[in-house]
Design a protein around this ligand. Structure first.
Ligand SMILES: Cc1ncc(COP(=O)(O)O)c(C=O)c1O
Length: 429
């Protein structure tokens, strides 16, 4: 149950903002009740409108890997703002950022900054289409790549949460240019290439899916996807908006030495400000205007404040951070699994690094068909009981929870205790 001030704000918001929120999943529809309105955040803590403190496992849906209001990031933002908030002209910071990202991600030889992950994936697809001269794209069921028309086909995240994986307002002709296959299914992808190989411009994937809950790739799946793209002259696109800089400083591809043709980044790469990136092989990126014929632009792209936050954040992505995240991630995983077992509840815990999901289905979950078999009623009770214990867990079965540098072993241990109590309530329901 949310606090009275948040309930009042949500009622006011509902009169002037659709569903009372600026992004659907924030409305708590999948779990019931009223969302907590946030007044401030620090470290791993969020403070509600009434000042109550919550342990944050959403981290603004991924960006806050250093924790909220990290002093170095706040300092960088403040300093940058004092020098002016937007110039609409190039800056040294953008060059430094691009050099830093191309060093972290060897597969990215050139890149562009955008203001959101949606813009990054949308632009990457346009560039891939311009580069190949083909129209068709392939995505995987349950993967979410932002809200561009042609990517809202069998999409995960909020689209899956609200049962609108195929959004109204997307013309049939546009939706038809998107083919889908189940995640982790190489034969299905091979079959699409066998039938449409000459038309496929790009295949886009979340290398570790976060948007149907945390679902890792099967061994060899991503390698096969890249190989099929190579064989058929299509562009492989890793959407690392969520995983980039989270699973390692160089993303999931950095851990496994994978070389997609293009990559999209967002969330962490913008240090909590509106900044995202698309980039890839030089020959592909040279198609982008003014070098080439593919148009893409943005008034606030490479915004100096966002670039300052990005640089301050990237400077702090060291080995010690990822070791810490792995340690507390494992602690949370083991604790949640034990709590499921102790309460005799059918479920599974899936984790990659600091991304984790407790699915209310037997598991393992390897694709959207299995994820969507989860007992969302049980998840709603779990979420409500956690919130009542000041644990701010994602309000949907189909979202990953995130850990940050600011979460300590003690904090996670307390969350595990609370999760055990929440699961007891689920078992009793
Ligand atoms: C994998 C992935 N791609 C793209 C996006 C879209 O990013 P944005 O919300 O910044 O438009 C998201 C957002 O959650 C995402 O998780």
């Amino acid at each position: 149950m949310s606090d009275p001030r948040s309930v009042e704000l949500f009622a006011r918001a509902g009169a002037v903002i659709p569903g009372g929120v600026n992004s659907p999943v924030r409305a708590f529809r999948a779990v019931g009740g009223s969302p907590v309105f946030i007044s401030r955040a620090e470290g791993c803590w969020l403070y509600g409108a009434d000042g109550a403190r919550y342990t944050d496992y959403i981290g603004s849906w991924g960006p806050m890997i250093l924790g909220h209001a990290h002093p170095a990031v706040v300092h960088a933002i403040t300093e940058a703002a004092a020098r002016g908030t937007s110039y609409g002209a190039p800056t040294e910071g953008e060059v430094v950022l691009a050099e830093k990202i191309t060093a972290l991600f060897p597969s990215i030889e050139m890149l562009r900054c955008t203001s959101s992950g949606t813009e990054a994936t949308m632009a990457a697809i346009r560039v891939a289409r311009g580069y190949t001269g083909r129209a068709t794209i392939v995505k995987f069921e349950g993967c979410y790549h932002g809200h561009a028309d042609f990517l809202l086909v069998k999409a995960g995240s909020g689209a899956a949460t609200f049962g609108v994986p195929d959004s109204a307002g997307v013309p049939e002709g546009i939706a038809k240019t998107t083919l889908t296959a189940p995640f982790n299914d190489v034969p299905a992808l091979e079959a699409l290439f066998a039938k449409h190989g000459d038309d496929i411009a790009a295949v886009i994937v979340e290398p570790v899916v976060g948007n149907m809950g945390c679902v890792p790739p099967a061994p060899g799946f991503l390698e096969a996807m890249i190989a099929l793209c190579n064989k058929h002259g299509a562009v492989s696109i890793f959407d690392e908006v969520m995983t980039g800089c989270r699973l390692s400083a160089g993303g999931y591809q950095g851990i496994h030495g994978l070389n997609p043709h293009m990559t999209c980044l967002g969330k962490i790469v913008g240090g909590g400000l509106p900044l995202a990136v698309y980039g890839g092989q030089r020959a592909i990126m040279e198609k982008v205007a003014p070098l080439g014929p593919v148009y893409q632009a943005g008034t606030l792209s490479g915004n100096p404040i966002a670039v300052a936050a990005a640089l301050a954040t990237l400077a702090r992505l060291d080995d010690a951070l990822y070791t810490h995240l792995e340690t507390i991630g494992l602690q949370l995983e083991v604790g949640l699994r034990a709590a499921l077992e102790a309460n005799g509840i059918e479920g599974c815990v899936q984790r990659v690094g600091s991304m984790i999901t407790l699915f209310f289905t037997k598991g393992p979950v390897t694709n959207w068909g299995q994820a969507s078999a989860s007992n969302t009623g049980r998840f709603a009770i779990f979420h409500r009981e956690l919130l009542a214990r000041s644990e701010y867990w994602p309000p949907s079965q189909y979202e990953a929870a995130f850990l940050s540098a600011a979460h300590t072993s003690e904090i996670v241990a307390r969350t595990v205790v609370h999760a055990g109590e929440a699961l007891r309530a689920v078992a009793a329901s």
